[in-house]
Write a protein of this length. Sequence first.
Length: 180
Amino acid sequence: MKGFIRGAVMGVTLGAWFGAGSPVAAQVVPATKIAFVNARVLLQGMPGYIKAESTFTKELEAGRAEVQRMQAQLDSAVADFEQQQVMLSPTNRTAKRKELDGKGQVLQQRQQEVQQRLAQRERELLAPMQERLSAVIDGVRAEGNYAMIIDLGAQGLGVITYDKSLDITERVLARLKTPN
């Protein structure tokens, strides 16, 4: 497997015979260079990442705490209703259920708002770093004449093994540490 992935993929199409015996000339396909990086490692090593991650973590915890508080209030109201429902008239019971359903909907809407806000905030904090990382990786790709650079940290990639000499993560990391 390493031999296949290693370095370059080079193919030679040998001549074949078509029709009345005329040979087709051999066609040489040039070598294709492929390299690997671990973008997650690179991103974590970038200046400002630790601060951005810390900021996001604090905002994430605050959002979770708010949603948990609202969930606890709803759970308490539901528990109170379950204890009192036998003593309530059918009209009051129906009204209380409607009220609890409304509170549940408000909670669900707030959870979605918090999730959307946090996703937006994460993009705001990381987008400049991700753009710089992409630019540096593309520059290294162009300099090294790589046809492709594959992110080893991407989920679902399916790379089982590879030649470690093709991993250019350290070279990109060194380039990221230099000022623009």
